[in-house]
Design a protein around this ligand. Structure first.
Ligand code: ARG
Length: 447
């Protein structure tokens, strides 16, 4: 730990500053953000990203602005399945709202007051006819009129502006080759744009609070996990659902990461992008955190993770040579290049069991189910090896293991071929059946 938390955080952000430089991010937010008092702060954070060399496309929605304009004309907003039915009045309102929003963003992006975070920033802004649209047509017997879908995003034109160091602004309107304007869904436009650009990220600033389950933030999901939730029974607010569906679309189209953040959280963009934990939900094709086999190059990181715990007597000391020798026994949980947790498995096939050893989670990353993740991975492996049980020796964590289905056993139950039980250490021995189904799986390596 350094004395200055600022220094600490800034250094932790460094890998992300490097990683994000030169990458393209599409940032999307609804019209609610556009009329919020906090819009200037959001824009400041956007400019901060721009100063760090991120190539940015902003997509600004306008639903409440359109609604207000329609209401002022004495009309009524009509939706079907969350999609606006755009009649002539609604289209006129959409054009006005898009225009006003674009001007508003251009204005705010030009601020460079001394003493503000934007001091000295000279940001170029570009907008244009980047999006070709086609009519939605009639769906479920409903004529959507001037509601459109994205036909094509002119990625080349947008890229030129980005190469020119401009921030590109998109509003949810597209034009057809016959000269009509169409009103588009903002999250869908953002996703299609990210796909067309081959963007690294699409980042949605949603109205909803952080997405949670059982009171805990859903920090990261794979595309498959997201699909399961979108098709599941749990209620998801309309705004969140639109962003999540767009996130799925973007990831399917090859965008590397989609982030859905609570817009109202202070500095949401910066906190999501420059910390490992983030504050929103990250969706990617592959798991953000994955348990994998340890490699020799992980030894220094493993030492760093294990030494403090060994010093506290929680784990047995394992010198570098032991780790190097046993490295193929180790599994690690890695995220963005950092080892967050580890565990080792020592099989005793003749006894139909394996020792789960050296389960450790780095101190800054406890309490997020990572111990469970490691345990689960080792259990699966034991099962795949056809073993019937796991056992563990622990001095301080027997509660954790009891909670996860382990039961106490006498030291005499340990496999005879295992190094002898250390009577001075007096660890507790616990075991757990891991075989699926009723009876024990036949020990495959037995004999
Ligand atoms: N800062 C990293 C990124 O920009 C990681 C963010 C992690 N976020 C999360 N919700 N788990 O990709």
């Amino acid at each position: 730990m350094s004395e200055s938390p600022f220094l600490e955080d800034f250094r932790l952000a460094a890998p992300y500053i490097r990683a994000h430089r030169g990458k393209t991010f599409v940032v999307v937010f609804g019209g609610e953000a556009m009329r919020s008092r906090k819009l200037p702060e959001l824009v400041q954070d956007v400019v901060l990203l721009h100063s760090l060399g991120v190539r940015l496309v902003l997509v600004a929605g306008s639903r409440p602005q359109i609604e207000r304009r329609i209401a002022e004309r004495g009309g009524e907003s009509r939706y079907h399945d969350g999609l606006r039915i755009t009649d002539a009045d609604a289209l006129a309102a959409a054009k006005e709202a898009a225009g006003v929003n674009r001007v508003e963003l251009e204005r705010l992006l030009t601020v460079s007051l001394p003493g503000s975070p934007m001091a000295g920033a000279r940001v170029r802004v570009a907008a244009g006819n980047f999006v070709t649209a086609r009519p939605c047509g009639v769906l479920d017997g409903v004529d959507f009129q001037s509601t459109g879908r994205v036909r094509r995003v002119d990625a080349e034109a947008i890229r030129q502006r980005l190469d020119d160091d401009a921030i590109v602004i998109l509003t949810p309107l597209g034009y057809s080759l016959t000269g009509e304007a169409f009103n588009l869904s903002t999250p869908e436009l953002a996703a299609e744009t990210a796909v067309a650009l081959g963007a690294e990220k699409v980042i949605a600033l949603a109205e909803a609070k952080t997405w949670t389950e059982g009171g805990e933030r859903i920090g990261a999901l794979t595309l498959a996990e997201l699909d399961a939730r979108l098709g599941g029974k749990r209620r998801i607010t309309a705004d969140l659902r639109l962003h999540l569906e767009a996130a799925a679309l973007a990831i399917r189209g090859g965008v590397r990461r989609a982030h859905v953040l609570p817009r109202k959280a202070d500095g949401a963009l910066v906190r999501e992008l420059f910390t490992r934990e983030g504050i929103g939900t990250l969706i990617s094709r592959e798991p953000y955190e994955d348990v994998r086999r340890a490699l020799p190059r992980d030894v220094p990181a493993l030492l760093q993770l294990l030494e403090p715990l060994a010093d506290q007597g929680v784990l047995v000391h394992r010198p570098r040579e032991v780790l190097e020798n046993d490295i193929e026994r180790f599994r690690v949980l890695e995220r963005d290049g950092l080892i967050l947790a580890c565990a080792a498995i020592y099989p005793y096939p003749t006894d139909g069991t394996a020792e789960l050893a050296c389960l450790a989670v780095s101190s800054e990353h406890r309490s997020n189910g990572r111990g469970e993740a490691m345990l689960g991975a080792i259990e699966r492996e034991a099962k795949e090896l056809g073993l019937a049980s796991l056992f563990v020796l622990t001095t301080q964590s027997h509660h954790f293991f009891r909670q996860h289905g382990f039961v106490p056993a006498p030291p005499s139950a340990l496999p005879a071929t295992r190094p002898p039980y250390d009577r001075k250490r007096r660890s507790k021995v616990l075991t757990k059946k891991v075989s699926g189904g009723a009876g024990a799986a036949p020990p495959s390596g037995a004999g």
